[in-house]
Design a protein around this ligand. Structure first.
Ligand SMILES: [Zn+2]
Length: 88
């Protein structure tokens, strides 16, 4: 089972509050602070605690896992969803 890493919404907010670069992109360019604050608000309205990394997520926005990648060699053996929070 492979999981996508997630970035916590609080982490993004702390970077924005500190005027630090987030390295997040929208449409192939650096996302602006207002854009990211809007994304954070929409995510929180959906009950997410992280920026959803893909279309297969749980109720908090974390990746719910992808077994279809198991044969491709990108599986992270023994990985747990709890390990994919924060910035990684
Ligand atoms: Zn995923």
């Amino acid at each position: 089972m492979m999981f996508h890493c997630c970035v916590s919404l609080g982490y993004i907010e702390r970077k924005l509050d500190a005027k630090q670069k987030t390295f997040l992109e929208i449409d192939g360019r650096d996302a602006t602070e207002p854009e990211l604050r809007e994304v954070i608000a929409r995510c929180r309205a959906n009950g997410y605690t992280v920026l959803p990394p893909c279309d297969h997520i749980d109720t908090q926005g974390h990746c719910a896992g992808h077994s279809e990648y198991a044969a491709s060699g990108v599986e992270i053996s023994g990985s747990k969803k709890e390990q994919s929070h924060g910035c990684c």
